[in-house]
Write a protein that binds this ligand. Structure first.
Ligand code: HEC
Length: 100
């Protein structure tokens, strides 16, 4: 586990600012109506965890795969949103860039 996270934190994808920017735009369009998506905002839906604290709840490395799987089908409150692999990657890269 430690080795895996070291390997991932060193990847070029996680540090890709263009990917993080695309992820931010996706979050603004699809997630911000419920989740806090930036660094000092509050979630409009109090039940929705702020994106900047997502690493406390989820392994962000595996969240990419979960988002292209059934993550958005499992919670009734979640939007009808089916990101492709690149969109899921962009969203998580953005989340990684704002973690507290
Ligand atoms: C309609 C409101 C709403 C929208 C829009 C929404 N979410 Fe959520 N989301 C929630 C709520 C409420 C929860 C908490 C659900 C629970 O834990 O049962 C949640 C939980 C999550 C979780 C799991 C967190 C955990 O508990 O481990 C992730 C990841 C997530 N949302 C990502 C996103 C992303 C990415 C988007 C945009 C593409 C998005 N959500 C859009 C309401 C929303």
């Amino acid at each position: 586990m430690i080795l895996a996270s070291l390997a991932l934190s060193g990847s070029a994808i996680a540090a890709d600012p263009e990917s993080a920017f695309r992820g931010k735009r996706l979050a603004e369009a699809n997630c911000a109506e419920c989740h806090a998506i930036a660094q000092v905002d509050q979630s409009l839906d109090p039940a929705a965890p702020p994106f900047r604290q997502m690493a406390l709840r989820r392994n962000l490395a595996t969240l990419r795969g979960e988002m292209t799987g059934d993550l958005f089908l499992r919670h009734a409150a979640m939007p009808d949103f089916e990101p492709d692999a690149r969109q899921a990657d962009d969203l998580v890269t953005y989340m990684e860039s704002i973690q507290e």
